[in-house]
Design a protein around this ligand. Structure first.
Ligand code: GLN
Ligand code: ZN
Length: 758
């Protein structure tokens, strides 16, 4: 009978137990021992769940306290000296690398954080220096394997592979990936030796970088690494796991190497099937076929999967059925959703439910005629009755769009003058990205409303009170362009979705974004349309309290789309345009309400840039940039449009970002270096820019001097006229006192630099 495999399971727990325990530990409310205990219980629960679902290859080591790349750093001694110098124990050193550290033992920034391929999961970027000595120093993978074994569960240890680890790292010194080749190959070899001693049967090395565009040198590095590593595998069987795309640049090499299993994604991996047909699949190897979507929440279509399996069987003898990627990217279980209507619920499958799908498919695949089985019949019925809400008017509106809907008639340079006359901002204007700390008062208000303890009016009254406080605080701090604080939303997408037809919400469908931060993406179920004004009353009220300009704060269509679970029956472009039309209505209402500055966040624009360069425009940018422009093309020239992107790595698409035609863009720049600014100069970037001068993903408060220095560095590259001063993202996850100090320092830094310029 065909077997099943899981690449990875969500670690946060059914009700985010890991998040809460970890945060308590950060606040010193529980001991390290208590945190370890919670972690252990979660691992056990997840193993048992998979075992009872009948999964054949159950992963261990997919658990992590913060991030799996950071786990590899600990395992291999890739710990920059400044963290070692703190003299903390292993787990606290680990958290110091993840979050930065400020205390009596020292003051160190966190490691850089980046998006994991094309997902909204973030990994920590390993940092190699010329002194880095890679050695196997950790024991976590062995301990976890043993831990499962003690519960009679045979697991498949999962680790990030050597190639991906080296390719995603940052190199501070002269040495590059190839200089660490021997050391890293030895360290992985040592791991295999230990697994061999432990009697491990299969190990999984995750190599998602194999689905990116690779150079000949990359392929050489990959092949050389694995020739060395696999020579030490002993009796352990090695699965090379890829996901998020196809392996066109290395398939011919992969099948020659001594892997025992090859994991391919047949959903995002467009060419995997063709590669297999053209080049064949070695008889002695096992194909781990990723056929169930690990990234989306829809039920899988059994008929389709069985057909795909049949196709694969023509070329492959030994097939294991699996998900396309780790289940980390979908919520834990549908069981938590009590409010979801029964007729809608049918269409969904979260991580736990996907285990059941794997098990059912395993059964069905073994039958000559599965069509009489209950599981098959039920599944077929679901797909025969898919009836999501259609809106002919919205569809017609999208179809009728013309060029003028995408072009702001007055040029940016002219707009700049018009806006400056109206806004009268100083050089190096200061602002924030939108949200202010979500204090206890903010959360309490939301909880009370959600539980029905207060009415919408009472809820809004409290939001207004918070807005008033926030405006006063910002005036006191001395910021130039103010925000209302975003107290009415705890999530920048869900809040908008709640006011859009076509959206469905979950109660507890959390997905890990980074560390203990989870997001709850809403689901696009039907055609999207704005039901009512969304932010207007809050922004209007905030503006009424001050003479300073207040920025209206919206989420852009591409981000709303990228951070939702989206439909599979219409195109991404179609969905993005529908959402953009809704945001366009909101922009118009904000303008009518007297807002002079409007920010349309595209935090996640870069995130879904296709992995392969040849797909960038055709599959994505061609419509994504247009969707953004659709939101603001009709705005009068004196309204200043801002946008914000969470990550600064847009070197390769600088011109496309400029084509969004915003007046100002802010982005993250404090955790990564300022190379992006060179790119902006080189490409003659026209949009004014606010590269973040401090890292809000860490509780550390930067000093005035530090930010003065940052600004001076920026001014070496960019003209003062083009520069804004702001943190690198919204402040919602921070505490109020650290935020106040940091912002005061920021304003003082801007003033200092400003007066030096005069
Ligand atoms: N305006 C949003 C905020 O400040 C932007 C958040 C984000 O970029 N992720 O919270
Ligand atoms: Zn951001």
């Amino acid at each position: 009978m065909m077997k099943t495999s899981v690449i990875g399971f969500p670690r946060i727990g059914k009700l985010r137990e890991l998040k809460f325990a970890t945060e308590k530990y950060f606040r010193s409310e529980i001991s390290q021992g208590e945190l370890l205990k919670t972690a252990k219980e979660l691992r056990k629960a997840h193993w048992l769940m998979q075992k009872s679902a009948g999964i054949d290859w159950i992963p261990s080591g997919d658990f992590s306290f913060y991030d799996q790349m950071l786990d590899m750093c600990m395992l291999f001694n890739v710990i920059p000296s400044e963290y070692q110098a703190l003299g903390l124990d292993a787990l606290d050193t680990y958290f110091a690398m993840a979050r930065g550290y400020q205390g009596k033992d020292g003051d160190v920034k966190a490691l850089a954080m980046k998006k994991w391929m094309n997902t909204n999961y973030h990994y920590l970027v390993p940092e190699f220096s010329d002194e880095t000595e890679i050695r196997l120093v950790g024991t976590a993978p062995f301990d976890m394997y043993q831990e499962a074994k003690a519960d009679q569960i045979e697991t498949k240890p999962v680790l990030i592979g050597a190639f991906t680890f080296l390719k995603l790292a940052k190199y501070r010194g002269k040495k590059g990936p190839q200089d660490f080749l021997l050391a890293i190959a030895k360290a992985y070899g040592d791991i295999l030796e230990r697994f061999h001693e432990q009697g491990v049967q299969w190990v999984q090395f995750d190599e998602p970088i194999l689905v990116t565009d690779l150079s000949a040198a990359d392929v050489w590095l990959f092949v050389t690494l694995y020739q060395k590593i696999l020579a030490q595998k002993g009796s352990v069987q090695v699965l090379l796991q890829t996901y998020f795309g196809d392996v066109r640049d290395v398939y011919s090499e992969i099948i020659k190497l001594d892997f025992d299993g090859i994991g391919l994604d047949f959903l995002e991996g467009k060419q995997n099937m063709a590669l297999l047909k053209q080049q064949g699949f070695p008889k002695e190897k096992v194909l781990f076929a990723g056929l169930i979507n690990g990234k989306n929440i829809w039920r899988c279509n059994y008929k389709k999967v069985l057909e795909q399996l049949k196709g694969l069987r023509q070329y492959v003898d030994s097939i294991v059925l699996g998900t396309s990627c780790s289940l980390l990217h979908v919520p834990y279980t549908l069981e938590n959703e009590e409010k979801l209507q029964a007729d809608i619920r049918l269409y969904f499958s979260f991580a736990k439910e996907k285990l059941k799908e794997l098990a059912e498919l395993k059964q069905l695949a073994s039958l000559a005629d599965p069509s009489q089985e209950r599981a098959w019949i039920e599944n077929e019925k679901i797909f025969a009755t898919l009836a999501n809400s259609r809106d002919a008017k919205v569809q017609a509106q999208v179809a009728a769009l013309t060029e003028s809907d995408f072009v702001r008639p007055v040029l940016r340079a002219t707009r700049k003058q018009i806006q400056q006359e109206k806004l009268q901002l100083p050089l190096l204007p200061t602002t924030t990205i939108g949200s202010f700390p979500q204090t206890q008062a903010v959360k309490k208000n939301r909880t009370k409303y959600r539980k029905g303890e207060i009415t919408k009016e009472m809820y809004d009254q409290e939001v207004y009170r918070l807005i008033a406080d926030c405006i006063r605080l910002q005036e006191e701090i001395g910021l130039d362009v103010l925000v209302h604080g975003e107290y009415e939303r705890n999530d920048m997408v869900e809040f908008f979705g709640e006011n859009l037809a076509g959206y469905i919400f979950t109660e507890k469908a959390w997905v890990q974004s980074y560390g203990t931060r989870c997001v709850k993406p809403p689901i696009i179920f039907g055609d999207v349309k704005r039901i009512r004004p969304i932010t207007v009353s809050y922004s209007k009220y905030a503006q009424s309290l001050t003479d300073q300009p207040v920025k209206g704060m919206l989420t852009g269509p591409v981000t709303i789309l990228n951070w939702s679970f989206s439909r599979e029956d219409i195109s991404q472009k179609e969905m993005a345009f529908q959402i953009a039309l809704a945001i366009r209505d909101e922009v118009a209402d904000l303008v009518a309400a007297g807002l002079k500055v409007i920010q349309i966040d595209e935090a996640a624009l870069k995130e879904k840039l296709p992995i392969r360069k040849e797909d960038w425009y055709r599959d994505y940018l061609d419509w994504a940039i247009l969707a953004f422009r659709l939101c603001h093309a009709h705005t009068p020239p004196d309204i200043q449009i801002h946008t914000h992107m969470c990550y600064s790595e847009f070197e390769a698409i600088i011109q496309d970002i400029d084509k969004m035609d915003a007046d100002v863009i802010s982005f993250e720049a404090s955790r990564s270096k300022l190379e992006i600014l060179d790119g902006l100069v080189k490409e003659h970037f026209q949009t004014a820019v606010g590269p973040g001068v401090y890292d809000i993903h860490s509780p550390r408060v930067p000093s005035t001097e530090e930010m003065v220095q940052t600004l001076e560095n920026m001014l070496e590259k960019l003209p003062a006229k083009q520069l804004w001063v702001n943190p690198d993202c919204g402040l919602k996850t921070r505490g109020i006192s650290e935020t106040t100090t940091a912002l005061k320092n920021l304003v003082t830094a801007a003033q200092t630099v400003r007066s030096a310029l005069k």
